[in-house]
Ligand binder design. Structure first.
Ligand SMILES: [Mg+2]
Length: 249
């Protein structure tokens, strides 16, 4: 409880906080039975820097594809990411890139930094309801990570980018495809993601939202305070005590 309360206070007082976050926990999250987790930098900490490996592989892919140097490739990559939600979406639209080929290439990374996470596994196990992964990455990548974390058994399903026809978060169509795929109601659900902009359509549909704040600049892109019900810094410690903020009621 102490941990959660102090996290919430840090967020409110922090000068670099991107906006005031409503403290509606736990009321906003009560009576919710579906838990939707992002994968990268959410189910494992951003400090593992796994995503920087993926990021570099994307640069290599674009450099090879377009015959540009890595600096130019990075500019193109970030431009597509900002405009389309994923680099892949821009590459498909502008260059007809095969998504499976791209996914296999960029996810060919060293995942040994990811270790079994007993705290997270226990937190998920104790969390009542259905638990899913909703990722802009590939299913193969997700299963590899879940296996490394040793939390596969706690999750009812993985929704990867191919399930939405390669339409990524934060495009609303991806969320509609998600709820349709699993036959769930947005009003029953809580979405947890390190990318603030991914919470905007979720909130608009009626999901409760939890922003896992990593301190990374891209996590704050498209931040909308009114779309965020709660801010956390560590998924494992929060799940260890999800009702710890009850004195904010
Ligand atoms: Mg993420």
């Amino acid at each position: 409880m102490e941990n959660l309360v102090s996290e919430a206070r840090v967020t409110k007082d922090s000068h670099d906080s991107p906006g005031r976050i409503k403290d509606r926990f736990p009321s906003a999250l009560s009576n919710r039975s579906v838990w939707i987790f992002d994968l990268d930098n959410t189910l494992y900490p951003a400090e593992n820097e796994l995503f920087s490996q993926i990021d570099m592989r994307m640069g290599d892919f674009i450099s090879n594809l377009l015959g540009v140097d890595l600096k130019q490739a990075k500019v193109i990559q970030k431009d597509y990411f900002a405009k389309y939600g994923t680099t892949l979406a821009g590459l498909m639209d502008h260059h007809g890139v095969d998504p499976d080929h791209f996914m296999d290439f960029v996810h060919d990374i060293d995942v040994t930094a990811i270790k079994p996470d007993a705290e997270l596994a226990e937190g998920l196990r104790r969390l009542p309801g259905q638990k899913y992964v909703f990722t802009n990455g590939s299913g193969k990548h997700a299963r590899r990570i879940l296996s490394r974390l040793n939390i596969e058994q706690e999750l009812a399903g993985v929704f990867d980018l191919s399930h939405s026809g390669y339409i990524p978060k934060p495009q609303p169509e991806a969320y509609l495809a998600f709820v349709d795929h699993f036959g769930i109601q947005a009003e029953d659900s809580v979405m947890i993601d390190d990318m603030a902009r991914n919470l905007v359509p979720a909130s608009a549909m009626g999901m409760a939202t939890v922003w896992l704040q990593t301190g990374n600049k891209w996590g704050e892109l498209g931040h909308v305070s009114s779309s965020i019900d709660m801010v956390i810094k560590s998924l494992g410690s929060w799940l260890g005590n999800p009702r710890g903020g009850s004195n904010y009621d």
